[in-house]
Design a protein around this ligand. Sequence first.
Ligand code: ANZ
Length: 879
Amino acid sequence: MSEYDFKEIEKRWQQKWVEQQTYRVEIDHSRPKFYVLDMFPYPSGAGLHVGHPLGYIASDIYSRFKRQKGFNVLHPMGYDAFGLPAEQYAIQTGQHPATTTEKNIARYREQMDKIGFSYDWSREIRTSDPEYYKWTQWAFEQMFNHYYDPITKQARPISEIEHLHTAEELMRDYRLAYQAVTMVNWCEALGTVLANDEVKDGLSERGGYPVVQKPMKQWLLRVTAYAQRLVDGLDSLEWSESLKEIQRNWIGRSTGSTMFFPIEESDKKLEIFTTRADTVFGVTFMVLAPEHEWVTSLTTPEQRVEVESYREQTKKRSERERIADTRRVSGAFTGSYALNPFNGTRIPIFISEYVLAGYGTGAIMAVPAHDSRDYAFAKHFSLPIIPIIECDISSESYDAKDGKLINSDFLNGLEVKQAIERMFQEIESRGIGFKKINYRLRDAIFSRQRYWGEPFPVYYVNGEPHLLPEDKLPLELPPIEDFTPTHDGQPPLARVHGWQFETSTMPGFAGSSAYYLRYMDPHNNDALVGHSANEYWQNVDLYLGGIEHATGHLIYSRFWNFFLYDIGAVCREEPFKKLINQGMIQGRSNFVYRIKGTKTYVSCGLKESYDTQQIHVDVNIVRNDVLDIDAFKAWMPEYHDAEFVLEDGRYICGWAVEKMSKSMYNVVNPDMIVDKFGADTLRMYEMFLGPLQQSKPWDTNGIDGVHKFLKRLWRICECSTDVAPSAAELKSLHKTIKKVSDDIESFSFNTAVSASMICLNELYEFKTTSRELLRSLVVLMAPFTPHIAEELWQFMGGQGSVCDAPYPVFNADYLVEDSFEYPVSINGKMRFKRLFALGLDRAEIEREIVADAQTLKYTQGRPIKKIIVVQGKIINIVA
Ligand code: ANZ
């Protein structure tokens, strides 16, 4: 063997893996399956930076580890290829999104290939591929043709109830994919609907154009039907408690009452939702959402102008802004009154934006004494505030749910919790309302007025939607040239001559909702996933991805999968058993310091003596915070004739941890690291950076250490011989086997790497040459550094690929200690330590310790009065 030539080795093994189809997996009933999935990437134009592969490396290590442990591991990869950025880019440049997506995918693939992942690429999927989105369209059609039966708590064919309802009712209340008029953020200038986070203060984030709330017909998915199952299912999942809590809050289950308040001089009754029915004697006004459908009929002629102008104003604000803004108090009086159903008190009815149209019934009974928003409103409009719990409300409301009730007729004297229970009965027995469970979760808007997404397999006859028959799927996205909306605000597909289908397309989450299933059986023409493939692979055992998907993707895909489960298309209800969120890799930026108004740059340690300006410098021309001066001069024309004030002959840069981004010149490209140090070093180093689940800065400074480790591994294996391992060597190895495998199981990859390093150091101290031992070490390293492991495995006579070398089995016997380092205490003071074999008897230990030079030193020649030896624990000497 020779030098560790990582370039040659990595290239050769990557080729071999392809030729030998090392990572291809098939159903194999003789082995247990294990499914490891990465959240597939959206292939953006910028390519991967070192932060992206962090999760991929971790899941790759886990996959390889499981494979060595005897599992049949499914570890696929693909692309979330539809989406907005490609379309925005198309609008700007005229390049078709299909073309740019293709290009970006090729770049991603090239970058990933260099890192040595064990993906089975024969299973690759792309959401924009008609063969794939056929199944997205198919699922949509199934949802259209099913409803949720609350009795059996599952989806049922719509045909079962079709004869009981009108087409409108089926659409409004039953179909799981349905059309409805909803409020959208409409931007006239851009001619499009915007997502909530694309709107800031009533203006579009891009361009700053006015955005108004506008009712528009949209496709929706009835996710709310599954709200309870989405909550309940969480208990069975191995997800972090914090992630589960995010989902619980998002679903927002709350138990309360629906109550009806008669309207004065009318036979109508206003329906409200409250979680505090016990406060009904403290109601001093009612509030409707400005969009509530009764606003017009309740508004008296005198109030019309005020109410209409208020409604006009609120149209400008998105719901999110309305929730976020708790300080601003505004509203308008409708002129009408409701009557308290318990005591007949007249209650004025207002409208205000703090009541949201989409939650509960869009109407509330306001109790200013015990709700802070109601309190602020009452103060603003000088409305009465009646406490119904003993408390002080002189400066703020008392919102807590405890205390004794007052001013409340038959509830007086009860504790709040008792009063709430009592009210559930009272409301029902008096026919005023009923107990009701509400969810904050909303049905998901499923259409976008855009081009680059799945077309809906829907055509219209007299405005009625009809489905394209299943055997005609996929309905392919037609090619177009102009990606902007039409002048009357229609989506781009409206421009396509002869296009007779729905013109909006499906949103980003459509294609990612069931992709994990397709990997099980990617080439099946008859089903999203065939029965036998699904029975074998079941669901994802380990899912790795970013926490930013906690609500969107991870709610939608659970919903989608629950539905497929209900209709018998899949065998598992939950898609992702265990989920790990990897932390973010932040950038570590570097700075140079320019003396203001000059071309002179001062090294960091000297900058205080000058009036300087801090400037970002490309981290790729800095090494261990030392600037490569020539590279700096060549970096940009303005630095060409730069001059420097150095420290010890070097220019030291300042640094800070910031988001990894192009504008801060702190983006580190994995290709560059692979080029310089090799993929194995990159893989190991990314894991070494710190705990997987925590965010941490990328810091290329430490990479040499890891690279050196691999060189030493190389060298020690190079000199391997046939000798049998010693007990000490075996102990070091087995300690490491235990540590590394336990750490991988608990996703503590950084400590696994350190343990391997410690082991190698020990083996160097032992001057180990045992091939048998080193082979085990190489197998242990293989998940982290597969290329060098393959090479060394072969070199040391291993059979087949190291990927299939069985994982070394930990043997505790090697760890049994045969000696003990005794603490020696003299006259009650711990003085030194001394090693004795554990088999040694007390008399022998006494004899040796008395003669020990250290003992003589600490007793200063005084006679020894007593020696107490506690075997395996301590030696006490009195002198
Ligand atoms: C009377 C009351 C008295 C309320 C009181 C609270 C405290 P959660 O837990 O989030 O479900 N509410 C109902 N619908 C609303 C809507 N569309 N927009 C804004 N607020 C709405 O909260 C339910 C409570 O939020 C309900 O109980 C209602 O105010 C308000 F001392 O009714 B409560």
